[in-house]
Each structure stands twice: as C-alpha cells, then as structure tokens.
Design a protein around this ligand. Structure first.
Ligand code: ZN
Length: 364
C-alpha cells in the first residue's frame, strides 16, 4: 500500500485509538465482571455495541500482564496519599515465564473474540487491512504488548509473537524488566527516574526496527526515552500520555520530550485518565472533558497538529464522567470542534496521525 492511501478520507469522527486495556479486563474475572465483548455492559468502557455507538473504528489492544492471574495487587494510588499527591512503590519485575504464559492466554482470548465476532472485529497486521476495516466499520484491533516482560533476552519470542500478529510493543509498563525501567505511580514527579536501557533493551530497539514493530515509549523513564530516541530509525510513538507542563505526572511528557516526538515525525496519544490530565493530579472522575481538549491544544500548539492523537486507556483508567466510556467519543469530537478544530484537523487527531505513523513504521 502506498503511503498516500492512508490519507483517504474517513469521516472526522471515526476514532482510531492508541490504547485500551479491554482484552485483559475481559480476561480477568474480577475486572471483567463476566461481561461479554459482544453485549452492551454497564461495566468497563469498551464493548462492541458501545464501540459502534461511539464511532470507535479500532485501536491498539494492549496486553499488560497483571502481577497475578486474577489481577490482585494492582497498585491503587489512593492507598499511598502524601501531602501533595501520592507515591506508590514500583512493582517488582514479573517472572518472565509467567509473563509469557499469561500473554499467550490473553492473545488466545483476542483471537477467539475475532473468530466469534463473525467479521465485526479483526486483528490487523498491515495498513491495508487496517484501512479496509475502518472503511467497512469492522473494529480494527492492533495487537500491542504493554511492556516487553513476555520476551526472552535473546528475543526469539519477538519473532514468534510478530508472526502471530504483534505489531506494537511498549518497552515497559511501570516496573523494571530485562530491557528498561518504567516510571512510578507518583505525583507530582519527574519522568527522570532510574537507569536507561540495558544492552538487551538496545537490542530490542534494533529488533523492533528490523521487524517494523511500533515501539511505544509510554511509561518509559526519561533516560530510556532519550536512548531510544538516539537509536531508533522510526518516528517516536507514545501511545498514551499527556503534557507534563499541564499535569506533572512522571507518566506525562516534558516539553523537551514533546519536541523530540514532533521533530521525529512522531505521535503522542492523549490518555484520558483524569489523574494524568488534572493540574492537581487527583484521580477524580468529576473532571470536565475540556481537560482532554486542554492537553490536545497544548501539544498541537507546541509541536503541531500532525503529532497529537488519542490514546484513551479505556478499561485501564478513570475516565471523566462527562465522557463516561467509548460512547462519549462523539462528545469529545464536538468539544474539539467547539474549540476551533475543523474537519481536516479533527481527522488528524481522531485517526489520521496514528494511521500515518503506523504506515511509516510497519513493513509493507
Ligand atoms: Zn498504560
């Protein structure tokens, strides 16, 4: 597929989203609440009926391995309140054998959903498949790992997972692994925490470039971020984050990091987690939709409209009440329109920038 083909005009309210945790949420009985992807639920943020209503065309479907198979012991930022915010100890590294086994189990669930969907959801592996899904109204799911914890140090598993459909890889979640270190749950705080990439981590970047896998810098600490930026031959991608200047969470990007993403031709997907949007860092759902617009405006103003997109974190974060779940996406599109975004600008933010980036990163 030629690069120009991804610019084909889709309606400006069709969203291709940088991040959701839906497959893992469905896999873990407690957070899944026994909901089915195919039936409308009041739980969580994303299922097929709600996706259709919200004009959600597809996105990166993440596998973030929970610390235990039932999802217990996930960090709860409420439990570690400080005078000015919160401070959660960094979770320990996962056992790689467990991480790999769990990853395969969640992948199986995604492929099972694809089979059960009767053509309504497809796991896409190239931009041609992705575009044809978006045009046809089939949910386009890009398989993404949130953290390379399931990969062996020799990276044999990377090629195997690629063959199975992996097209996007976050180097870390908020824990160290054999490749790099993630930022902690802390507020306020700088992303400049801990060591950079290990030698294995540098090999991982080269291998990702060789395969044409998107390397996601979300949650990577600042040292690691700059080492990837110096090493990679692809535009920098941060699937779900926001602006540190507006909300000083270590999970957000400093102005210098934003500038580097822009200069590389890269993209930042704005995560909707209220605690990473609000200036006070409080995970309070009573947060206006305008907070998302504020971060989009800031990043578009600083590095250009070609470099900002969406990275909701549906089923993995606290959404603004006004948005609610995936059915609230049209409200966000209207809020952007109200803030002066015309159809051309909206298309870039809602799907065009991610499509361009994937087209430039993936191998044809
Ligand atoms: Zn995340």
């Amino acid at each position: 597929m030629s690069r120009a083909d991804v610019d084909a005009t889709l309606p400006p309210d069709i969203v291709f989203d940088g991040h959701n945790d839906t497959i893992v949420a469905l896999h873990i009985p407690e957070s899944g609440k026994d909901r089915s992807f195919f039936e409308r639920s009041d739980h969580g943020h994303l299922d097929l009926p709600r996706a259709v209503e919200g004009r959600f065309g597809g996105g990166l479907f993440a596998i973030c391995v929970p610390p235990t198979p039932t999802g217990h012991d996930l960090p709860d930022s409420d439990a570690f309140v400080t005078d000015t915010g919160y401070e959660v100890p960094l979770p320990s590294p996962l056992d790689p054998a467990y991480a790999q086994q769990m990853t395969i189990a969640v992948m199986e669930r995604l492929f099972r959903l694809e089979t059960q969907s009767n053509g309504r959801l497809r796991v896409v592996r190239d931009t041609e498949e992705l575009m044809s899904c978006l045009r046809a109204g089939t949910i386009a799911a890009v398989l993404h790992f949130e953290g390379a914890d399931a990969l062996d140090p020799d990276l044999d598993a990377l090629d195997v997972f690629y063959a199975a459909g992996l097209r996007s890889l976050g180097i870390v979640w908020s824990r160290p692994n054999a490749f790099a270190s993630g930022v902690p749950f802390r507020f306020p705080g700088s992303p400049d925490t801990g060591p950079g990439l290990s030698e294995r981590g540098k090999e991982l970047v080269r291998a990702g470039n060789r395969l044409g896998v998107l390397l996601d810098l979300s949650h990577l600490n600042e040292k690691g971020f700059w080492e990837v930026a110096a090493l990679t031959d692809a535009p920098l991608a941060v699937t779900h984050a926001a602006a540190h200047a507006l909300c000083p969470s270590p999970r957000n990007l400093t102005d210098k990091q934003l500038d580097a993403v822009g200069e590389s031709g890269g993209v930042v997907g704005i995560a909707f987690h209220v605690g990473n949007l609000r200036a006070d860092g409080r995970p309070d759902a009573d947060t206006p939709l305008a907070e998302i617009v504020r971060h989009i405006d800031y990043i578009a103003g600083r590095i250009g409209i070609d470099h900002v997109a969406l990275g909701s974190d549906f089923d993995g974060a606290v959404m603004p009440l006004e948005l609610g779940d995936v059915t609230g996406l049209p409200k966000l599109v209207e809020a952007l329109r109200g803030a002066g975004y015309d159809d051309a600008a909206l298309r870039k933010v809602t799907h065009g920038n991610w499509l361009r980036l994937l087209n430039e990163t993936w191998r044809p």
